[in-house]
Design a protein around this ligand. Structure first.
Ligand SMILES: [Zn+2]
Length: 305
């Protein structure tokens, strides 16, 4: 089934076999800079048209559903995309606008939730019943899936662990709060804090900060250690509240592999007393988790209404 996972800088499009999660076709489109909210909706619609065409070709018949995942606050019931700082829109009735423009039913998903659904169905969490997937990159979010179904909360804001107050209270979060996990452990925060301490030799991204830490740069190591310590505290708190069978680390930061996984596992081992520390696994689906979960969510919505 065709699915689109819209991010702040690029959109991933794919035609997914919902039976086994494999991609029959996939691509990546850059999100043009400077679009108005209406312009972005039109751009998404154009990508969706392309996806429906590719789906008919790859499946051998027209698709009967289409999933679109977006970041920020997503109201699944009304199909509304709420505020997204990266995309510059607020309260977009995106599902209705796309369905009208395409004359085709659209399922609107939350991107982190979709990634968790994907990992639970076909990725690192596929053998477990309750899976906590933590997606860490530009932002940090989480999703609990129970038997493959995401728990979204009363206001679609469950497991937003990027906004747990686990860091020094001086840091101002993008949400307006202070000391939230994202102020020290989101990718841009790690780079920004390191560069503020080493203005003469700024790093371009998190992999560069990590490479410098591995090469003996004590400042880089200190900021990375602080980030993963706060991250580990947040994951431990989530585990105490949710008691998942496994924890899956996904998103850009999870590509650092054991450099993130090992401190998180150590944090769980040292923090939990009577809770069983769940295994900490790295995403198997990588940046495909979102489109796979989005396609699956669209198929489920078509099947169950
Ligand atoms: Zn926050």
């Amino acid at each position: 089934m065709p699915a689109l996972d819209l991010g702040g800088t690029y959109a991933k499009g794919a035609v997914i076999d919902a039976g086994d999660g494999t991609a029959l076709w996939e691509t990546r489109w850059d999100v043009p800079r400077g679009l108005t909210a209406d312009g972005l909706v039109e751009q998404v619609a154009t990508w969706c048209e392309h996806l429906l065409g590719q789906a008919a070709r790859r499946l051998g018949h027209p698709a009967d559903c289409l999933g679109v995942a977006v970041p920020g606050i997503v109201d699944d019931a009304t199909g509304t995309a709420g505020f997204s700082a990266n995309l510059g829109w607020r309260n977009q009735p995106l599902r209705a606008r796309l369905a009208e423009r395409l004359d085709f039913p659209v399922t609107l998903c939350h991107d982190v939730t979709a990634a968790g659904v994907g990992e639970a169905a076909f990725g690192a969490g596929r053998a477990a019943h309750t899976v906590l997937t933590v997606v860490a990159g530009t932002g940090i979010g989480g999703v609990l899936t129970i038997g493959g179904q995401p728990y979204r909360g009363a206001h679609h804001g469950a497991v937003e662990l990027g906004h747990l107050p686990v860091a020094d209270l001086t840091g101002l979060c993008g949400c307006g709060g202070r000391g939230h996990l994202e102020t020290v452990a989101a990718g841009p925060a790690i780079v920004r804090r390191y560069n503020a301490a080493t203005p003469a030799a700024p790093a371009a991204d998190v992999p560069e900060v990590l490479a410098r830490a591995a090469a003996g740069d004590a400042t880089a190591a200190a900021f990375w250690d602080e980030a993963v310590a706060a991250f580990g505290r947040a994951v431990a708190q989530a585990v105490i509240l949710l008691d998942p069978e496994v924890v899956v680390l996904a998103g850009g930061l999870s590509r650092s592999g054991a450099a993130l996984r090992a401190p998180v596992a150590a944090s769980l081992a040292s923090t939990l007393t009577f809770h069983e520390p769940p295994p900490v696994l790295t995403s198997l689906l990588g940046d495909r988790a979102g489109v796979i979960g989005t396609a699956l969510t669209a198929v489920r919505e078509r099947t169950h209404g």
